[in-house]
Design a protein around this ligand. Sequence first.
Ligand SMILES: Nc1nc2c([nH]c(=O)n2[C@H]2C[C@H](O)[C@@H](COP(=O)(O)OP(=O)(O)OP(=O)(O)O)O2)c(=O)[nH]1
Length: 135
Amino acid sequence: MRTVIVAAGVVLEHGKVLLSRRKTGTHLEGLWEFPGGKVEAGEDPRAALRRELEEELGIDTEVGEIVDVTFHRYEDADKAVLLLFFEASRTSASPEPRAVDVAEVGWFGPEALDPASFPPADVAVLAKVRARLHG
Ligand SMILES: Nc1nc2c([nH]c(=O)n2[C@H]2C[C@H](O)[C@@H](COP(=O)(O)OP(=O)(O)OP(=O)(O)O)O2)c(=O)[nH]1
């Protein structure tokens, strides 16, 4: 089984978190997630996250500290993911997020962070993000 390294962003603004929804036809289709994607061979994970946020949501960001690291095996897809969740913030010049290469995008409060709507690999980080939103 291969392991894929994924960088995902926790972008908070005004007590809400930025989430995107996976497109139909992809692994885990229709679920909400922290926007991001695969780190290419030899690529700096923070640079990968900036690139993915630009490609998928059209936003310009600065990537900060790590929020959580999780490992999950998706037996059905015969793949494992090492997920690096980073704090990220939009630069002052950044456009508003839009669904360029995701099914949907939006800002959500803590009540939306129901683990049933997210990939199983996200359970631990959801608790951390919920705590940040309440804090
Ligand atoms: N961006 C992101 N990906 C996540 C999260 N949780 C989680 O399990 N993943 C998984 C889903 C995918 O298997 C992988 C992200 O890679 P990707 O978005 O480039 O995946 P993909 O659909 O293009 O994958 P593939 O079909 O090309 O293998 O990480 C999350 O919160 N954010």
